[in-house]
Design a protein around this ligand. Structure first.
Ligand SMILES: *[C@@H]1O[C@H](CO)[C@@H](O)[C@H](O)[C@H]1NC(C)=O
Ligand SMILES: *[C@@H]1O[C@H](CO)[C@@H](O)[C@H](O)[C@H]1NC(C)=O
Ligand SMILES: *[C@@H]1O[C@H](CO)[C@@H](O)[C@H](O)[C@H]1NC(C)=O
Ligand SMILES: *[C@@H]1O[C@H](CO)[C@@H](O)[C@H](O)[C@H]1NC(C)=O
Ligand SMILES: *[C@@H]1O[C@H](CO)[C@@H](O)[C@H](O)[C@H]1NC(C)=O
Length: 412
């Protein structure tokens, strides 16, 4: 996962752009895989602080390309990786959008996304703009692979697919929680409402995922982790504020007939699928609460039955889950296991192995062609956590499907 380039390839050509805050390194590798490392805008955190940010028009490779991987790391101002027990990266989502060129200035300057921005969601089944991203994970980022095997790649920047008058852009939506000095570090990473300095009329003025005022029974999750709120600190704790950024590495190829396009789906274990008689209506909640239950050794299971309008060959799958996860499994309609993603928990102090945190989720790479999802097949997603009170639990399954297994050209 951390393997970068062979030194001989590194020598081929390196262009380094350096400015005080942001830099990018472009490397052209021998096998036509290009790679760039970017650093996002920075954001300030301090002990107990929540940072929930949207960064528009992030740096991204240009042109008609096929992305092979997208890996993210939280770093401080000196570029050092920040351990999860200092700042917990709850999630980062990379979201594609088309921007009306005429309105660009307004959008960038005022962060006004209501006009001139058309989100381009993944092909997943959630409604509207729920879980729209193409890449996105959380604390498990450092130990979770995003590599797509050849000949598959995520096709981007195809000029034919871009409507006239629009530009293809990317944004980050991120949430990071600085838990230094937190009175209840775990509760803080789960966005437990009562640990945060919510405004007095919070439940009156906050609308939930359904657009209705948040219920008083909402004990924790995304809605309580709002930007700049503060988790309760241990008495007298003081620590420095600091600026953090996402450092992200993208590997890609120029698009040509050697790449096979794919469909990327995010499925959500909270999807309450119903039907209006002719089509499936999806109602994803994005997160859920595991209630307090005593004496239960068997895991809590959150389950959704999700019809896939269109199937394909599964060649990669993984899951985004939080601490406490046991595993997540995706089943076919006949009960066959399509993919299971299991956690790796850290055991030490060093970055990437922080004790007690999920530091990676396994992926499955079935031999292309061996695992087929049929059109109209109803998949079952089971998200399993330890059976303990938990807020803001997530069970998102990511699958990459292809219509064809090979390129049409014969390679020599
Ligand atoms: C972009 O926005 C302008 C101003 O609202 C509008 O007149 C124009 O039609 C939009 N362009 C496209 C391609 O939708
Ligand atoms: C919030 O709503 C409750 C009823 O749901 C009401 O009793 C209370 O006065 C409201 N508080 C404020 C600050 O508006
Ligand atoms: C973080 O960056 C901003 C903008 O560059 C700067 O104003 C602020 O002082 C920095 N904060 C810290 C703690 O260094
Ligand atoms: C179900 O919803 C679709 C899309 O909104 C609509 O076209 C269709 O007529 C609806 N069917 C029924 C039976 O309401
Ligand atoms: C997932 O967890 C369940 C419950 O503990 C267990 O029965 C199952 O074997 C696990 N699956 C895998 C592939 O580890």
């Amino acid at each position: 996962m951390r393997k970068v380039f062979k030194p001989s390839i590194l020598l081929l050509s390196i262009i380094v752009f350096l400015s005080t805050k942001r830099f990018s390194i472009f490397v052209r590798a021998g096998n036509d895989i290009e790679s760039a490392t970017f650093v996002s805008e920075s954001f300030e955190v301090g002990p107990g602080k929540i940072a929930a940010k949207t960064f528009l028009d992030i740096k991204f490779p240009k042109g008609h390309i096929g992305v092979k991987s997208f890996d993210v790391e939280l770093v401080d101002e000196d570029g050092n990786s920040v351990p999860l027990y200092e700042t917990y990266i709850h999630h980062w989502f990379a979201i594609k959008y088309f921007e009306n060129i005429t309105l660009s200035q307004n959008i960038e300057q005022y962060h006004d996304l209501r006009n001139g921005v058309v989100f381009q969601r993944n092909q997943g089944t959630c409604q509207g703009y729920m879980l729209p991203h193409y890449w996105g994970l959380g604390a498990e980022s450092r130990g979770t692979s995003s590599n797509l095997p050849d000949p598959f790649a995520v096709e981007l920047g195809n000029p034919i697919k871009l409507p006239y008058g629009f530009k293809e852009k990317w944004m980050f939506n991120i949430m990071a929680i600085d838990t230094r000095g937190a009175h209840n570090r775990k509760g803080c990473t789960e966005c437990r409402c009562k640990l945060l300095n919510l405004p007095k009329d919070f439940y009156n003025i906050t609308k939930g995922i359904d657009g209705q005022p948040l219920s008083l029974s909402y004990k924790g999750g995304l809605f309580c982790c709002q930007d700049n709120l503060q988790c309760k600190l241990k008495k007298g704790f003081e620590g420095p504020r600091r600026n953090l950024s996402l450092r992200y590495k993208i590997r890609w190829v120029d698009w040509d007939e050697h790449q096979v396009p794919l469909n990327f789906y995010i499925l959500d274990a909270t999807d309450r699928v119903r039907s209006n008689g002719s089509i499936a209506i999806h109602d994803c909640q994005a997160e859920y609460t595991i209630p307090r239950i005593h004496d239960s050794d068997s895991p809590h299971v959150q389950k959704a039955n999700i019809p896939m309008e269109k199937g394909g060959y599964l060649f990669y799958g993984t899951a985004h889950m939080h601490t406490g996860v046991v595993n997540a499994t995706l089943y076919g309609q006949d009960g066959r296991i399509l993919c299971t993603s299991t956690p790796k928990y850290g055991t030490g102090k060093e970055v990437g192995n922080e004790k007690g945190y999920v530091v990676g989720m396994s992926g499955c790479y079935p031999k292309p062609g061996s695992m087929k999802i049929n059109d109209g097949e109803i998949l079952t997603l089971e998200s399993r956590y330890e059976n303990k009170f938990r807020t803001g639990a997530m069970g998102h399954f990511y699958i990459y499907l292809a219509d064809q297994l090979h390129t049409k050209v014969v390679k020599d």
